[in-house]
Design a protein. Structure first.
Length: 587
């Protein structure tokens, strides 16, 4: 064992914090017999980790102790449970293809329990036994987890259990091993016993079960002197769930609250940071900018109950550093530095860490594309529906054939591109995913309200559709899907439009672009070739000034549009010898 994933301990702490705030205690189970079942791991390494005390020590030093140093004394930790049903991987009792011995299990428990007791005095250590047959010396059984036997196996005098955990499944074991039929003192053990797993539904319904109601089973477990009872649930399991167990849990909590409910002290735990805003994706045409300064202010993205916005920020992941690199300034801004003449996509993850080490993250995309004549690239796009968030309409014109838009699973769905100004359209290309349009129309509009059909397909077969048009002048282009080709929706990898932009005088000289339109993320981009000083003024339709920017020296500016109200707004851009005004819709 060489170490842990850097996210492992922060994730554990986050779960424990959430649990504690909700009155829940957690049994931290370290290992399961599944370590010797084939799940893609190197089983020989796992077996050696169990049997060789030198290798066991590498686990203790490089994984267990770092965990204990950080969260060993967390108030939500009920116990450190060494194994889940270790007997199932042994030669004496097991069924796994690769097996070890009970002696190796005892040695491993002794060494790890000793390390826990040494690192965290007062911590409770336990072990989940598959049934009482390996946890009592009565009726011909053997208690493999007795103190003297564990110490003899591993040699650590601190390596003992603080209480026992036993599992019981009526389908697998006779009533003679049922904790619901015999009180805790029947087993002649010198420590508390927790019923560590049982099927709450089967306890009531199974023919071999004790035939108690769920409430009766919990009541008996308490009255028989057991220290706890944990119902088992997992996906695909038919033996019970929280829904079937909660009546019994509620009965104990209401009847014996002093024994059941935790006393919560909120000052004992650290609250992790929370993401309170998103970082918008950045979509740029190749050559539009070399860097974007002040892309976001970091103190607007996260909040921490204890540290407020005084957090440490890092870029924890950048999937394409050859495309973009990041600067985090001393005053808490994020700058993006774009590679020269490189296209592609990078997914960047910004991590905020508080003074106690708890973290939160936000990811966003930087997409740089060469339009190659595609007028639709990164333009505003609207759809009648989207199957889900990661199949939204913005993925139909992002220049990435690995992303896609998918509509709801219905006929009569549409998607249109706003070219932002009139253009002379020569062709449209549709790149269908498997869920293609069998019957659809290509429509155009000057106002996105009144549409004219310029192409009709009645027998589409998917793949790539290249549709030639006769130089139609329009601002909006729509694919209206009438008949689906499959049971799924309409799904496009890319919706491309080709032709010639009809530029005004200022646009022709300066190549001005204002996008996206409509605004959906409180960010608006201003692209202009004139790198002399410009002034950008934002107005509402009544002419009231919303915000003013004085800018210079860049080809593309990323501006905050959060103050704009929903609906139509005006953006006036003034240079030294030119001026233009654009309408922009904020959703």
């Amino acid at each position: 064992m060489t170490g842990l994933d850097p996210n492992a301990i922060p994730n554990m702490r986050t779960v424990l914090d959430l649990a504690y705030n909700r009155g829940i205690a957690v049994s931290m189970c370290l290992w399961s017999f599944d370590m010797l079942r084939d799940q893609g791991q190197d089983i020989s390494v796992q077996k050696a980790l169990l049997e060789d005390p030198v290798k066991t020590q590498t686990y203790i030093d490089n994984a267990l102790i770092p965990i204990l140093e950080e969260i060993g004394a967390h108030p939500a930790v009920l116990t450190w449970e060494i194994f889940n049903e270790a007997e199932n991987m042994t030669e004496e009792f097991g069924f796994t293809e690769v097996r070890t011995s009970m002696a190796a299990v005892q040695q491993f428990i002794n060494l790890t329990a000793g390390a826990i007791h040494r690192m965290v005095p007062g911590a409770l250590v336990s072990n989940g036994a598959g049934n009482f047959a390996t946890m009592t010396d009565i009726e011909g059984h053997t208690n493999y987890y007795r103190d003297d036997r564990l110490i003899a196996a591993g040699g650590d005098p601190l390596g003992t259990l603080d209480f026992y955990q036993v599992h019981y499944y009526p389908d697998n074991f006779a009533l003679s091993l049922s904790p619901f039929h015999r009180p805790a003192d029947w087993w002649q053990l010198d420590k508390p016993i927790v019923i560590g797993e049982f099927p709450s539904k089967s306890i009531e319904e199974d023919g071999n079960a004790p035939s108690y109601t769920r409430v009766e089973a919990y009541k008996l477990a308490y009255e028989y002197g057991y220290a706890g009872a944990l119902a088992w649930d997992y996906r695909g399991f038919d033996g019970g769930s929280f829904e079937t167990a909660k009546l019994g849990i509620a009965y104990l909590a209401d009847t014996y609250p002093e024994d059941i409910n935790l006393n919560i002290d909120p000052d004992l735990i650290n609250n992790p940071p929370s993401a309170i805003a998103a970082i918008p994706d950045l979509n740029l045409l190749l050559g539009a900018a070399e860097r974007i300064d002040n892309y976001v202010a970091l103190d607007t993205l996260f909040y921490d109950k204890e540290d407020l916005t005084n957090l440490d920020y890092t870029i924890s992941s950048n999937t394409n550093p050859d495309l973009v690199t990041v600067e985090i300034t001393v005053d808490g801004k994020l700058n993006l530095i774009l590679a020269n003449n490189v296209t592609g996509t990078s997914i960047l993850t910004l991590r905020a860490r508080d003074t106690k080490g708890a973290t939160a993250s936000i990811s966003f995309r930087v997409n740089i594309r060469d339009a190659n004549g595609n007028l639709a690239l990164f333009k505003s796009i609207v759809a009648s529906s989207s199957e889900k968030e990661d199949l939204g309409e913005r993925y139909a014109n992002d220049g990435d054939m690995n992303s896609r838009w998918s509509s709801s699973y219905q006929n009569d769905q549409w998607i249109y591109v706003d070219l932002q100004k009139p253009a002379k359209i020569d062709s449209v290309k549709l790149f269908w995913e498997a869920a293609y349009g069998k019957g659809y129309e290509i429509q155009v509009s000057d106002d996105s309200q009144n549409w004219n059909t310029v192409f009709t397909e009645t027998d589409g077969n998917g793949g790539k559709d290249a549709i030639v048009l006769d130089g139609i002048t329009t601002q909006y282009v729509r694919m209206f899907g009438h008949i689906r080709g499959t049971d799924f929706g309409f799904s496009l990898f890319e919706f491309e439009i080709y032709g010639e932009e009809l530029l005004g005088i200022e646009d022709h000289k300066l190549n001005i672009a204002v996008y996206p339109n409509p605004i959906t993320t409180n960010i608006v981009n201003i692209s202009v070739q004139d790198q002399r000083p410009i002034t950008v003024r934002m107005f509402d339709l009544l002419g009231r000034s919303i915000k003013i920017y004085h800018l210079k020296g860049q080809k593309t500016y990323v501006l905050d549009a959060s103050k704009l109200a929903a609906g139509i707004n005006l953006i006036n851009i003034t240079g030294q010898d030119w001026e233009t005004t654009r309408k922009i819709l904020k959703k």
